[in-house]
Ligand binder design. Sequence first.
Ligand SMILES: Cc1cc2nc3c(=O)[nH]c(=O)nc-3n(C[C@H](O)[C@H](O)[C@H](O)COP(=O)(O)OP(=O)(O)OC[C@H]3O[C@@H](n4cnc5c(N)ncnc54)[C@H](O)[C@@H]3O)c2cc1C
Length: 626
Amino acid sequence: MRNASPIAVSRNCPPRRRAGWPSRSLNAVSEYQPPLDDIRFMMDEVADLGDITSADLFSHVDADTIHEVLTEVGRFMAEVVAPTNRDGDTIGSQWQPDGTVVTPDSFKGAYAKWVESGFGAMPFDPDYGGAGFPWISAIGVQEMLTSANMALSLCPLLTQGAIDAIHAHGSDEQKATYLPKMLTGEWAGTMNLTEPQAGSDVGAVTTKAEPDAEASARWGEGAYRITGQKIFITWGEQDFTDNIVHLVLARTPGSPPGTKGISMFLVPKFLLESDGSIGERNAATCVSIEHKLGIHGSPTCVMSYEGAIGWLVGGEHDGMRNMFTMMNNARLSVGLEGLCITERAYQDALQYAQERLQGRAIGAPAGTSSPIIEHPDVRRMLMTQRAWIDAMRALVYTNAAALDRAEAARTAGDADDARWWQERADLLIPLTKGLCTDVGNEMTSLAVQVHGGMGYVEETGVAQHYRDARIAAIYEGTNGIQAADLVGRKLAMRGGGVVSDLLDECEANAGAAEQVEGMDTFAARVRTAVADARTATDHLLKVGASDPRTLLGASVPYLRLLGTTVCAGLLAKAAVAADRRDDEFGAAKVVAARFFGEQILPTASGQLPAVLATSDDLYALTPTQL
Ligand SMILES: Cc1cc2nc3c(=O)[nH]c(=O)nc-3n(C[C@H](O)[C@H](O)[C@H](O)COP(=O)(O)OP(=O)(O)OC[C@H]3O[C@@H](n4cnc5c(N)ncnc54)[C@H](O)[C@@H]3O)c2cc1C
């Protein structure tokens, strides 16, 4: 068992008055402007929201209604949630020796209003209180929630994952009992996979689940006693919901080793009486929380299950399969975090660069100081962030749209169409998760750089974004695991046909973008990147399973190459739509796409030699020589 100690060091950093710095650096509370126009543009023009809402499954809602709701969501996030972000960092969630976790007061207030708003129920089944909106609209809500407060957003995010799993695999009784309150957010959900010896290797889980007749008689048929320790459990304990529904991976007696022997259990913090009211406290306790680099507001809990009562979700030994059903949504949501935190950090950097005076811009009168935004290198940093934000947003919403289209086709009974869209979504998932979260780290670092020394000290608040962003590349399957999934499973789909279809579309989009004035070099760069991505893909398909070291050694550079190329292909589509608008917004989108194609995309093609290299040098040194 880990040391159970509360956070000892106060991170509180009172703002100080400093002469010569912009006022924003003094209050350390950044404002968040919901980028509603950008979200709408990417949803409508790149992810084809209109096509999604025209499917029978979503015929009760149209694109305008979704955007109206998102406008309300944006207001809510800016006014209610964003102001709590700093408290998460400076106050954090605090573990108490009685096993409770105290969250900042502002979190409790904002969460209560989130529950009141009903925004969390948007994409879910109307039978349980949802609105049955497409998933892409939920991604719009999540984008703004995460930018407003990433640490707090993880509580609804994990709840969403648990809802998905129970909805897909739970019994009718479990759905009726738990889903309505989870959809409103009155009850939260968690995912309990990780154990000290079982991180990336989930198959190494040892938590035990034993059938218990006495517990079944008192608390409901089919009860098990769960015993073991889970670590790193996000929002495993908190003080703002009436109950917490833990989904726990465990092994029943005599289970086969590895992932085949894992089952999923529903373990509520409070057991329920037969009338559904809250009963006794279950033996599931938070024995400590982690002290960590960022997202201090989100308690990362060590959970001890000491004969806790739980029930199977789905069949015995189906735990991993069940987990995979919700994995796509969860990985998409974590990929989204890379975009969200970049957006928030960019907004801070842009404002700072407009206010901070330093040096004389080229061509400015002698003896004057210019805002740093006038210096070419600061422009480069800001344009890089801005272009990546468009690229990531295009990728994330396109990925969500593919999931919706697959679901709509499944519901309509069109198996071929459903398979095609599901494969498209499955391919995009590791790209979204791996690329956006890596880029999130790079872009929040650039935002710190724009602030100079004031970025490194805590009072501007931008350092928080840099620290908060770091985790997204690690949890929900590290980015190394995403890359392995890409080359190990996704690349081989339809013998490489799924990748090939996507690259064909990128090429066609480049052809269309070439017709936009000033976009011929952009189009040529996209074609080059597509050709490089094809070369890399063909090479890895040939290497295949015959040389797993080379295949896996090339996986991360390949993910970067393919992901960046796909982003450029989507920005080509965006540029054509933006050009049609004939307004300032559209003109700015064309510029951002061009910058991406001409100044960022070529660095992706630079990954090709690394993809084509052998793994010889990776293993030329022994572990002791490394
Ligand atoms: C803040 C936070 C919140 C979290 N929330 C949750 C949660 O709510 N629920 C939950 O169950 N877990 C949660 N986790 C756990 C998280 O999912 C794991 O930390 C993550 O999966 C990595 O596992 P690990 O830490 O054991 O690293 P390891 O698996 O030890 O990996 C270490 C390094 O080795 C690499 N590696 C390992 N195996 C392979 C392989 N086969 N191929 C290539 N590279 C490999 C990894 O990519 C990584 O770079 C959380 C973790 C943190 C830090």
